[in-house]
Design a protein around this ligand. Sequence first.
Ligand SMILES: *Cc1c(COP(=O)(O)O)cnc(C)c1O
Length: 452
Amino acid sequence: MEKQRYERPIIRRLNTGVMNKFGTKTEYEPVTHIDDCAVKDLLADYGSPLFVISQKTIHETYQEANRAFNTRYPKVQFAWSYKTNYISAVCNVYHKLGSWAEVVSGFEYQKALKNGVPGSKIIFNGPDKTVEELKLAMENKSLIHIDHLDELYTLTELCEETGIRPKVAIRVNMDTGIYPMWDRFGFNYENGQAWDAINKIVLSDRMDLVGLHAHIGTFMLTANAYGVAATKLSELALSIKNKYDKKIQYIDMGGGFASKNTLKGSFLSGTDTSPSFDDYAEAISTAIMNAGFVEDELPLLILETGRAMIDEAGYLLGSVISNKRLSDGRKATIMDFGVNIMFTSFWYDHKISPAQEFSHHTEDTVMYGPLCMNIDVVRENATLPPMKRGDQVVVHTVGAYNMTQWMQFIALRPAVVMIDLQGKPHLIRKREELTNIDQQEQMPDYLKEFKL
Ligand SMILES: *Cc1c(COP(=O)(O)O)cnc(C)c1O
């Protein structure tokens, strides 16, 4: 038998199997497998830490969302929000399921084209589209969502120059009862800016106004706000029909549905507080159906759901580097992953499970990342069994935004694996190496040599 490592004893009251505030022990139930793949094998094969994406969970979530909307509204189209997770293999899972692409930058636009999405099925959002990018989007017949007047003027000039008649929508911001209001994107509904932009577009007669778009916020905890937004967009669409006899082809409700993550400071867990797809679908479809459209002129409903589609499908696997006692007696656990790759830990209390069986002793611990940076805290307080160096954990609900907002700070970014529907893992992004950083850098000749 291997010699046990010595650990200095401390005297401290330890509650056996202490319950959390809901009287359950679900948080520290071990999670040894993800879709039939053993966590320890995944870490042995691809290194620690490691992001894992479950294609099965993506499919299940997509089907749930699709069912919620399609059973309530006749014409629904999802468009995958690239910035939520733009690893190409992930995007293609959504495209195979029927999603169009929704992009907010030129680089994301190029990525969508490269992934094989037809130009006409790319929605181009965002406040910063260059002249070249707009031109490319016009040539590809993409749906250009205008964010501000300067963009409208640039686009008008490009229409003259190229003779192309682009398909456009305007982004509309509005008061939906949620504050602070997201009024920096698009044209405001209440003060008439949106209607003014619509008039300019229709009267100049150089582009086809095919849609109206809103993206009212992110992690929206009330479905009702979407009902308000859908009513206001429908009103605009009907006014356009009345005044100009032009039919708006689609209403795009953007993204922002909450995932099942738990916001910091929230008493209840996200699984209990976040509205379901059914709640959002009910609010949106009721609003559009009751707005007064003639039945065969109901607009297509586009949804750019990101976070709520993928958060649950993403896991981060990692290992314990060390345990410590802090000066105030609290336990601290240092993990090999930190806020550099878990950006969302700034606003969520992610569920973290041990990846191996333990006795039912638990203790509260602060979970730190490996960075030499004081704010590298992954969880301020997690109830977990005592874990030692090399023990492994599974962090849940990290599929959204972590793999796009991750930082290359102090550490290099880990590999990403997708587990397919048969339970087979595939590497979809390699672990970064020094060469990935070096290839971008250039050393001027005069700095190449030095003596110490
Ligand atoms: C970020 C974004 C989305 C996706 O938002 P989620 O909160 O991830 O659902 C959709 N549309 C636009 C315009 C966005 O900027």
